[in-house]
Design a protein around this ligand. Structure first.
Ligand code: PMT
Length: 423
């Protein structure tokens, strides 16, 4: 391992029987050349003593907020020094505290101050894990970009069997290694991402739009940030939380024309351009500055309603610019960086592979990520996705990778690794 691959890994251990597995993990990480620091909650020390981790890591083990007079703000030092933090086992209680930003001991205070990549490996009784409160907390953490590892399903310490077992040390080690590895993938690169829907207003209150939540694009933005990129996010109207990060610039847009203008302006500086936005292909040809009124049905004086057929207003539409195709054309014309990579998405309901390959060629993208938007558990609005990545090969446009259904975070990471391979 060269020096740039050696990282400081902060292990946060909370009170669960699975704490014993972290001994093996700490040993593996140290052997792999990493500097390992350990923070334990008081409950964790009931399962494994700090002396064990001190011996395994060759570093002091922190358990109290104020236990080191020489370092009165130990949590900040620990948080700043670490490249990656893994909390394992993570109890339901600690997961709830992390979700709500509660910082009442050294571990949760350090986690709150930590700005890097946070991984957690839940471990608890099955009913506690399946409880809606825990599920909602885990979902919130994942949406914020925390990586969840497990839990596994099997026999639990309490005698129950089901989901809630912490994954094994080997799996934790692989996950940490993978994260450390990918954290420099896009170092120094500029990534431009469009996300969310566009809105095409007919009048001040009505618009044409679609169901895009922005989750896929935001997952890509978070993963690009984690991989060291500077990210410019051009975002349609969404309600999803957007990361606040000094390396992220956010441009809010409403219509396809606004998005087109922002993307075209930012593209020449980008190394990687990813168009996940669900752009409206058409907009109303005319905009009414006052609310369009519904025609009033004439009333006969007696109260009798005359049987007249009212003609519903017809909205005529004008085609919007195709942003992705425009960027493809800019590349052909030499208006982008010569090595800029353009990635489009394709939202398909049928004939996915043929349509996606055709879109890649027609729009001049280097890669095209196709997803099935007829499914309810992937694609639009959902937390998960399953995609097929197309690219140019020696035999023409072909499938490069099929990514099975998983969190949009993991899909995003795999997309970045596919379109921007290391070295
Ligand atoms: O936002 P989420 O709820 O997480 O959902 C994610 C998603 C389903 C929106 C996303 O995964 C996705 O599929 N995005 C592409 C949506 C789309 O508009 O697909 P399309 O097949 O109509 O367009 C193909 C490509 O051309 C896309 O990259 C699109 O951004 C681009 N396009 C389309 C029309 C247009 N006028 N300009 C464009 O740039």
């Amino acid at each position: 391992m060269n020096q740039s691959q050696q990282k400081t890994i902060l292990l946060g251990i909370t009170g669960g029987i699975a704490a014993y597995k972290i001994c093996d993990l700490a040993r593996q990480l140290v052997r792999a050349g990493h500097k390992v620091k350990v923070v334990m909650t008081a409950a964790a020390t009931q399962f494994v003593g700090p002396a064990t981790f001190r011996a395994l890591t060759n570093n002091p083990v922190a358990t109290e907020l104020f236990d080191d007079p020489a370092a009165p703000i130990n949590h900040i030092n620990l948080a700043e020094e670490a490249d990656l933090m893994l909390i394992a086992p993570a109890t339901a209680n600690v997961i709830a505290k992390l979700t709500h930003g509660r910082a009442d001991d050294l571990l949760t205070t350090t986690a709150l101050a930590f700005q890097g990549r946070l991984l957690i490996a839940p471990a608890m009784n099955t009913q506690m894990y399946l409880d809606p409160a825990t599920q909602a907390n885990l979902k919130t953490l994942e949406q914020r970009g925390v990586t969840l590892i497990g839990p596994a399903t099997g026999q639990l310490a309490c005698g129950d069997s089901g989901p809630g077992r912490m994954v094994e040390a080997d799996e934790l080690f692989d996950k940490v290694a993978e994260c450390v590895h990918s954290s420099t993938l896009l170092a120094g690169k500029k990534v431009l991402i469009s996300a969310g829907p566009t809105r095409e207003y007919l009048d001040p209150v009505r618009y044409l739009s679609n169901r895009s939540s922005g989750k896929m694009g935001l997952a890509l933005a978070r993963e690009a940030l984690r991989a060291g990129a500077g990210v410019q996010l051009v975002l349609g109207p969404v309600t999803e939380p957007v990361p606040v990060d000094p390396h992220l610039t956010r441009r809010d847009v409403v219509s396809a024309e606004d998005m087109h203008a922002c993307m075209t302006e930012a593209a020449p500086k980008a190394d990687l351009i990813i168009c996940t936005a669900a752009v409206s292909d058409y907009r109303p040809s005319e905009y009414s500055s006052s609310k369009i009124k519904k025609p009033v049905q004439p009333q006969a004086q007696s109260g009798f309603v005359a049987p007249v057929t009212l003609i519903a207003p017809i909205v005529s539409l004008t085609e919007n610019p195709d942003i992705l195709a425009g960027l493809g054309q800019m590349k052909v014309e030499g208006k982008l960086r010569s090595d800029a990579v353009i990635v489009g998405f394709a939202a398909e309901t049928d004939n996915m592979e043929a349509s996606a390959a055709e879109k890649l060629e027609r729009k001049g993208a280097d890669f095209l990520v196709a997803n099935d938007v007829s499914a309810t558990d992937i694609g639009f609005e959902s937390e998960q996705n399953a995609v097929t990545i197309f690219g140019k090969t020696a035999v023409g446009v072909d499938v490069l990778r099929r990514l099975e259904k998983s969190s949009k975070t993991l899909i995003a990471r795999q997309i970045l690794e596919t379109v921007y391979p290391r070295g």
